[in-house]
Design a protein around this ligand. Structure first.
Ligand code: NDP
Length: 448
């Protein structure tokens, strides 16, 4: 008789958990996964995927306007939120089905209920069933953080935003990070009046200052309002259903919807981890080593629950590395150097490697090249919106150590350019590549 019910029990069927489960099962392990919400996790169900579809939907507002300059007779168009919302949610259902199918095709057993850890080799399902496993993988993800103040429960988060009954006329978005800037762009394009509220005057901390400044400038130009250095005093509901928002250092104002985009907290509360000796940090993240192993030998963790880099492709790599190492006899660790990232704001921005200030602090001698230009399409459309690319190089070797872009399709261009940066190429190598004309990305090989 086998010592354990399963070789691997995974808690959470998001990006990291699903990858680890199906790869481990493909190596011949007996695997089960518990998911308390929907298979697919944040990225597929209420994150990257539906968000990107809304970004596409929102961009039509500009495309329809610009089309007139390109000769198209575009009648006055209006936007039907319910149509887009329902189509996006239907696509989420489709993907949820595909993810479920993939797990089943690989022989992974699924339990659609909450599981908690009740021993180094034991989990207990919400139904009361206890299951033993040689290894337990925590891939329970994270949830939106909502600041605690009177009336904060009247706001929603990125979990609920995809399900709104109607499009709010006035929306307040709290935070200045990824989600805040992405949804500010989406709502603004749909025609809502957007006010962003941030505790400092820095948006997208961690991105290069020139990119942040450019996004702020374009966002203001597009009509997005900002309240900086603002903390929440309270939110109260008005008789007409709208909300009165009171902030420090600013006049109160009314909005129809408040969206909190103020960071995400690892899902470890009530999972029983500390009780079995798994170390959790002050932010609630599972502490793991480079092999994703926690302080308990049989318990591992990948993805947002470890609060290392909260990005889907990173969670997937961590899940893959875990399965390869433990079940595939191919031990390896995730390389966190030069991870490209993007913000799907309007316009989007993308980056890989060090910002200019990080490079100056780290390397001392730095050479910086930029291209500040209006995309050809924007010129004819009479859209006064400039793109900005910045290349940060090691002053001694010429090696590109950081690349930053804001402008149309920046994330699409960045994925290819990131290969060159990751490979350690120099500015010369970029310059030796003949420009592909006329494109925006040719600016990458023409930077001054
Ligand atoms: P971010 O960490 O990007 O931004 C959080 C924002 O909220 C910051 O402006 C932060 O301010 C502010 N904030 C944090 N705590 C408080 C508080 N207590 N009161 C007021 N403001 C606060 O988080 P998001 O929620 O936007 O996204 C979560 C994560 O999900 C991201 O970090 C990213 O890793 C991932 N994500 C990635 C996307 C992509 O790849 N395109 C898209 C969406 C999410 P301050 O700067 O002062 O700390």
């Amino acid at each position: 008789m086998a010592e354990y019910d399963y070789d691997l029990f995974v808690i959470g069927a998001g990006s990291g958990g699903t990858r680890a489960s199906r790869v481990a099962a493909a190596y011949g392990a007996k695997v089960a996964v518990a998911e308390e919400y929907r298979i697919g996790g944040t990225c597929v169900i209420r994150g990257c995927v539906p968000k990107k579809l809304l970004v596409y939907g929102a961009h039509f507002a500009e495309d329809l306007k610009d089309a007139r300059r390109f000769g198209w007779n575009v009648p006055e168009c209006d936007f039907d939120w319910a149509v887009l919302r329902d189509n996006v949610l239907a696509d989420v259902d489709r993907l949820n089905g595909l993810y479920t199918q993939t797990l089943h095709n690989n022989g992974v057993e699924t339990f659609i209920e909450r599981a908690t850890v009740t021993g180094p080799h034991e989990v207990t399902l919400a139904s009361g069933k206890t299951i033993s496993a040689k290894y337990i993988l925590i891939a329970s993800g994270a949830h939106p953080h909502v600041p605690d103040f009177p009336g904060s429960e009247l706001g929603i988060t990125s979990n609920e935003v995809f399900h709104l009954d109607t499009l709010p006329k006035r929306v307040l978005i709290a935070g200045g990070g990824y989600i805040a800037n992405e949804f500010a762009g989406i709502f603004n394009e749909f025609g809502s009046h957007v006010t962003m509220v941030n505790r400092t005057d820095v948006i997208l901390r961690g991105y290069d200052h020139s990119m942040r400044d450019r996004l702020l400038q374009i966002s203001l130009m597009k009509g997005i309002d900002f309240r900086f250095h603002a903390e929440f005093n309270s939110i109260e509901q008005n008789a007409d259903g709208s909300f009165k928002v009171s902030l420090t250092k600013h006049e109160p104002f009314d909005v129809d919807c408040v969206v909190f985009a103020t960071g995400r907290v690892p899902n470890t509360k009530g999972l029983g981890l500390e009780e079995v000796g798994v170390q959790i940090d002050s932010k609630g993240a599972v502490q793991v080593d480079a092999d994703n192993k926690s302080s308990v030998d049989s318990i591992y963790a990948v993805g947002d629950v470890t609060n290392r880099v909260q990005l889907t492709p990173v969670a997937i790599r961590e899940g893959q590395a875990f399965a390869d190492t433990i079940f595939g006899g191919k031990p390896h660790q995730v390389d966190y150097n030069c991870i490209p990232s993007a913000v799907f704001s309007h316009p989007p921005l993308a980056a890989v490697g060090m910002t200019e200030s990080e490079a100056r602090n780290k390397l001392g001698s730095v050479a910086v090249y930029t291209a500040d230009f209006r995309a050809m399409k924007n010129v004819l459309a009479d859209r006064n919106e400039r793109a900005l690319y910045k290349m940060v190089c090691d002053g001694m070797t010429g090696k590109v150590v950081g690349l930053h872009m804001i402008g149309p399709d920046a994330p699409e261009i960045m994925q290819a350019a990131a290969v060159a940066v990751k490979a350690g190429l120099t500015k010369d190598a970029f310059d030796q590549t003949v420009a592909l004309h006329p494109t925006m990305s040719e600016e990458l090989v023409l930077m001054k």
